[in-house]
Write a protein that binds this ligand. Structure first.
Ligand code: C2E
Ligand code: MG
Ligand code: MG
Length: 729
């Protein structure tokens, strides 16, 4: 009875199984070990379009894409051979092929059965269009995205990506090759050096493709290591295939920021269905690298000179501060080489700024080549470079470096058809092992460089006691001048300019003086050069402008008189972007008539940067003021250039008025300048007339306006006011 029941239930079970298989919505396909189809249920007929009778006993790979056939075959064979069933995993996606050739997006669960000592694979297949797809890795990807947003270090993000991918993808090992501005490096699975060559080769192929097309679409590179060329690598590593995926920057020029390398250890059909996961990880890796590169670029930009790519002054000081600190505790010294290119301004003016820029880049690269690997180079300013030499035990060591760079710069520079030879002046200062600040060390080296220039350029000067003294004198004057402005120690003196034809005062020249508390009245020649080199001249000059316009306009308004006022402008002021605004403000606030303001600029100042002088003068002229060239005859201005400048007056330098007498060479020069001024329709003034003879000779030469001790030296405002009043009565 029980046997009868058992046999009943067996046959029930068999019948039901058969019914279920036949009527299931899932396609059930059973394969034997030769991968021949031995069972093909109704649902399979519906999905694939074949009848059971035409497909039984035929090869199962006819149901997949031609390109996947080999891979699928290997995978299914591996499943048969997989004694411990380690390769079986839940469901895999794959692309199937309908009888009509149409592609089918399918998912299959595979199991292994044994019947009558034979092994079979049972494939339970369903079409994915009907299955609600579940994204098992979305949480992990969100985690990586969070790391990117939180600015986690790029290496950390990529390490997490590797971990996640390796745990999700069967038999896959991951490695990144990252190409950053600061260098390239690998992260992840180790591999033999032979593979490095393969990767670099593929990278250069990628790069070539970049250059070819703007719309870059990259297939991943797949290397079959099982083919003859790479067979040894495959047996050594166990890798069967390598996939190399480019990682592209998301910026506009789509740089190749690296590659993701996938080492496949077993052929798995699921690898292709997993590809969309891989793609999403690639996108995340690209984002992480991009963000890190952008930050690196920003930091680089902030710390490097955009023209030469060298470290900036700020970086230099930072580095030096640390070095100086650590040197104070050791027997080594730090040396600073302060290098200035001789006559760079002249090169710029003669060949143009673009040439000057090119030369600076070339100089920077020659310096880099000539330096030792431990030396640090920075661009200090325009044509000035600084080198820090570390761990110096004696002067001689850095003198050798200085000599080498000086020689390196002497080799001709060539661009197009031009060849140029330059020299440099180098100042050297050593930390001397004692407590010295970074700024002081740089200032010492800079002072030594200036000394080298003073001594005739093209030389190396070591900072020593003598330079220290002149330098201290200089900084005393500069700090004293700062105080002078704050404490109101500056004075404006005025010297009259006479009109010989009317025998009256035509105008006044404002001349600055420094009423020093202990040194007495200091003349401008003693402090103007320092005010210029420190930039103080800008505020000092603005003060003279305002003060003299104000004094004269109040006085003139009260007396109902009108004189011209001449104010000197230095080249530094002329090059300052605020100059037009300063003059405008002085005129407006003092209500001085612009027609009566004469701005004097020395000829040499104009010629030091003719192009920008012209620009500044044109703007000043628009304010309605008159412009005079001071010390004319000493600055070698070309006639053609003079013609372009918007000037009204030439002031003949007093060196030509000295020794002026009939038939003297100076007389001929003054006559020539007078002719020139007439031809250009300019007024001319002779300055520095001290004697009656000189005045008479000037009169003979047709001079109308004269300035000089013969008439009056410069006076302070009170004195000049009473002098003028006296003359009026
Ligand atoms: P400068 O503009 O050519 O001024 C004329 C200079 O010649 C003045 O010297 C004046 O005192 C001097 N001088 C005038 N007549 C005679 C004379 O008959 N014989 C001799 N030996 N000298 C005479 P000072 O006042 O010492 O000024 C020297 C230079 O300093 C000025 O030359 C000018 O270039 C500069 N300077 C003066 N004040 C200022 C200022 O406010 N700003 C700027 N940037 N420079 C100024
Ligand atoms: Mg002057
Ligand atoms: Mg002068």
């Amino acid at each position: 009875m029980s046997n009868a029941v058992a046999s009943d239930s067996n046959s029930f079970s068999q019948n039901v199984s058969k019914l279920v298989l036949d009527n299931s919505a899932y396609s059930f396909i059973i394969l034997n070990s030769d991968l021949k189809i031995v069972f093909f249920n109704k649902a399979s007929e519906v999905i694939f379009g074949y009848s059971s009778s035409e497909i039984i006993d035929t090869d199962a790979t006819r149901l997949v894409l031609d390109s996947d056939k080999k891979l699928q075959k290997n995978y299914l064979k591996a499943l048969f051979d997989d004694a411990n069933n380690t390769l079986f995993k839940g469901f895999v996606e794959f692309i199937g092929v309908h009888k009509s050739g149409a592609k089918l997006h399918l998912e299959s669960g595979i199991s292994k059965i044994t019947w009558q000592d034979q092994t079979f694979l049972v494939l339970a297949i369903t079409t994915l269009d009907k299955v609600k797809t579940y994204d098992p890795y979305s949480l992990e990807r969100a985690f990586i995205l969070e790391m990117i947003i939180d600015n986690a270090p790029m290496k950390k993000i990529l390490e997490s990506t590797i971990d996640m991918m390796q745990s999700h993808l069967q038999g896959i090992k991951i490695c990144f090759w990252i190409n950053q501005p600061s260098g390239s490096w690998y992260l992840g699975t180790d591999f033999p050096p032979e593979i490095d060559f393969i990767i670099q080769d593929k990278v250069s192929q990628f790069k070539r493709q970049f250059n070819k097309s703007k719309e870059v679409k990259f297939p991943s590179y797949m290397l079959d290591l099982e083919n003859e060329d790479y067979g040894s690598i495959s047996s050594m590593t166990g890798f069967k295939k390598i996939f190399i995926e480019p990682l592209l920057g998301h910026n506009t020029n789509k740089n190749l920021s690296g590659v993701m390398i996938l080492f496949q250890e077993i052929d798995s059909p699921s690898f292709f269905s997993d590809w969309r996961w891989i793609t999403s990880y690639i996108k995340l890796a690209e984002l992480a690298i991009d963000k890190s590169n952008q930050e690196e670029r920003l930091v680089h930009l902030a710390m490097h000179d955009p023209l030469t790519g060298l470290a900036t002054r700020g970086v230099l000081f930072n580095r030096l501060e640390h070095l100086v600190e650590s040197c104070a505790k050791s027997s080594y010294k730090v040396a600073i080489l302060f290098l200035g290119i001789d006559n760079f301004k002249l090169i710029n003016d003669s060949f143009g700024n673009a040439y000057g820029d090119w030369l600076l880049v070339e100089v920077a690269s020659r310096l880099q080549i000539a330096l030792r690997s431990t030396d640090k180079l920075a661009r200090f300013s325009g044509d000035e470079f600084v080198v820090i030499c570390e761990r110096i035990s004696q002067e001689q060591e850095c003198l050798v470096v200085a000599e080498r760079i000086s020689q390196a710069l002497k080799r001709p520079f060539r661009i197009d058809d031009n060849e140029i030879v330059i020299t440099s002046s180098i100042g050297l200062a050593l930390s001397q092992g004692k407590d010295i600040q970074a700024e002081e060390l740089i200032a010492n080296a800079s002072a030594a460089m200036h000394k080298a220039k003073e001594l005739g350029k093209d030389r190396i000067c070591l900072f020593g006691e003598k330079i220290r003294q002149t330098n201290t004198g200089r900084s005393n004057i500069i700090s004293g001048l700062h105080r002078a402005i704050d404490r109101g120690e500056l004075r404006t003196f005025y010297q009259p300019i006479y009109n010989l034809s009317t025998n009256s005062v035509f105008g006044l020249e404002a001349l600055i003086r420094w009423q020093h508390p202990t040194e007495g009245l200091i003349s401008p020649d003693k402090f103007i050069p320092y005010a210029e080199s420190s930039g103080l001249i800008v505020s000092l000059g603005a003060w003279v402008l305002y003060n003299s316009c104000k004094q004269l306009s109040t006085w003139q308004e009260n007396k109902n008189l009108s004189f011209s006022l001449s104010v000197n402008l230095s080249a530094v002021q002329l090059g300052n972007k605020n100059i037009v605004e300063d003059v405008k403000r002085a005129l407006e606030e003092s209500r001085f008539d612009p027609q009566n303001l004469h701005l004097e600029i020395t000829e040499s100042a104009l010629m030091s940067d003719p192009r920008s002088s012209l620009e500044a003068l044109t703007k000043l002229k628009e304010l309605g003021v008159k412009l005079a060239i001071d010390d004319f005859g000493t600055g070698y201005s070309s006639l053609s250039y003079l013609q372009c400048l918007p000037v009204d007056i030439l002031k003949i330098d007093r060196s030509f008025i000295k020794n002026l007498s009939i038939q003297s060479s100076n007389s001929a020069i003054v006559a020539a300048i007078a002719n020139l001024a007439d031809a250009l329709d300019l007024q001319w003034i002779a300055e520095g007339a001290e004697t009656l003879d000189q005045v008479e000779e000037l009169e003979r030469l047709g001079c109308v306006f004269v300035q000089g001790y013969y008439f009056s030296p410069p006076h302070d405002f009170k004195e000049i006011s009473s002098l003028l009043e006296e003359q009026l009565h």
